[in-house]
Design a protein around this ligand. Structure first.
Ligand SMILES: NC(=O)c1ccc[n+]([C@@H]2O[C@H](COP(=O)([O-])OP(=O)(O)OC[C@H]3O[C@@H](n4cnc5c(N)ncnc54)[C@H](O)[C@@H]3O)[C@@H](O)[C@H]2O)c1
Ligand SMILES: O=P(O)(O)OC[C@H](O)CO
Length: 314
């Protein structure tokens, strides 16, 4: 079965590189001026296999299985313009975020634009550079249809990339989106010099609020405790490879951060704040990240806001 990957960023390119070892793969990007060099500047040091076709024509991408690896805030606009091309196929979201315009995750955006499609989510702890280098990685493949989940699990697993499957689409998707928000807070704590103990508190209390919101939105708590939730939270809150963590570091230290870097947690924090208000759920860490990212809250006040909350049961 053929595979197409929409979005030639770091993650889409990494997935295309490893999947090209077992099936015909086409990688679509809007700007592929680099394609002749067989190396994507977003994934430096990785040579694209000769079998991988790179294109800027969406008509080349009408494969059985299409991986959507665009940033979450871009996906809705892309689907509004191009979604009809892909309806009826197996569409796998690889984005980790909540769409600010609709306050929904990528799977709902795909389902709305492509009502005949089989919608799945690929998520979990993984840096593009690790996957592309063939390092061992375990991810979650979520699809409400158990047979499709099993089929996609086999199609998209490789020797080093091991997929676990679940039918809990909201759980897998929300874990991946919400952990980015908490990673910004963890980075800010380290950047501000609050230390590793403070980071551990943020990760743990952050996980508690991830579970609160996700279960209220229909996720299963055990999914949040798996690769797509806790697993990815741990990775993203502890590694300098993470852009969300590094963005938090810069916020905490009062440094500028490279404009144009994909930092999904910043917009998702604002979406989470809006959802939490709508649903009456307490999300103090996420609210703080939204305030920091919007410039409404200064870093020197952030700690007081958390420490001055009423004392309560864990
Ligand atoms: N990089 C990773 O390690 C990694 C790992 C797991 C998941 N993800 C997720 O994958 C998604 C994509 O991240 P990335 O790291 O590949 O980002 P990236 O910054 O490397 O690339 C983003 C890509 O999106 C393209 N793009 C931006 N706006 C567009 C538009 N309007 N139309 C078409 N293309 C557009 C850019 O040209 C670029 O190729 C994110 O949701 C991220 O959370 C990334
Ligand atoms: O670089 P980040 O922060 O977008 O994280 C990449 C992946 O989501 C880690 O699993």
């Amino acid at each position: 079965m053929s595979v197409a990957v929409i979005g030639a960023g770091a993650f889409g390119t990494a997935l295309a590189v490893v999947l090209a070892g077992k099936a015909p793969v086409t990688l679509w990007g809007r700007d592929i001026g680099w394609a002749g060099t067989r190396e994507n500047p977003r994934l430096p040091g990785i040579r694209l296999p000769d079998s991988l076709r790179v294109t800027d024509a969406l008509q080349d991408c009408l494969a059985d299985t299409v991986l959507l690896a665009l940033p979450a805030q871009v996906l809705g606009g892309f689907l509004a313009e191009q979604g009809q091309l892909f309806d009826g196929r197996r569409l796998v979201s690889c984005a980790k975020g909540i769409d600010l315009a609709s306050l929904t995750g990528p799977s709902a955006l795909i389902g709305a634009a492509c009502p005949q499609a089989t919608v799945a989510v690929l998520t979990g702890p993984s840096f593009a550079a690790d996957i592309a280098r063939g390092l061992p990685t375990a991810l979650t493949l979520a699809c409400a249809d158990p047979q499709a989940a099993q089929s996609l699990q086999h199609q998209l697993s490789t020797g080093a990339l091991r997929l676990y499957r679940t039918t809990d689409v909201p759980g897998a998707e929300l874990g991946g989106a919400l952990k980015n928000v908490i990673a910004i807070a963890a980075g800010a704590a380290i950047g501000a010099g609050y230390g590793d103990s403070a980071r551990a508190s943020i990760v743990t209390r952050g996980f508690a609020e991830m579970v609160r919101l996700a279960t209220a939105l229909g996720a299963r708590a055990e999914t949040l405790a798996g690769l797509s939730g806790l697993g990815d939270l741990v990775l993203t809150c502890t590694s300098d490879q993470s852009r969300n963590f590094r963005y938090g570091l810069a916020l905490g230290a009062g440094r500028d951060f490279a404009a144009g870097t994909t930092v999904e947690g910043a917009a998702t924090a604002r979406a989470v704040t809006a959802l939490a208000v709508r649903m009456g759920i307490e999300m103090p860490v996420s609210n703080l990240v939204a305030g920091l990212a919007e410039g409404r809250i200064a870093m020197e006040h952030a700690l007081d806001i958390l420490l001055n909350r009423p004392l309560k049961e864990e």
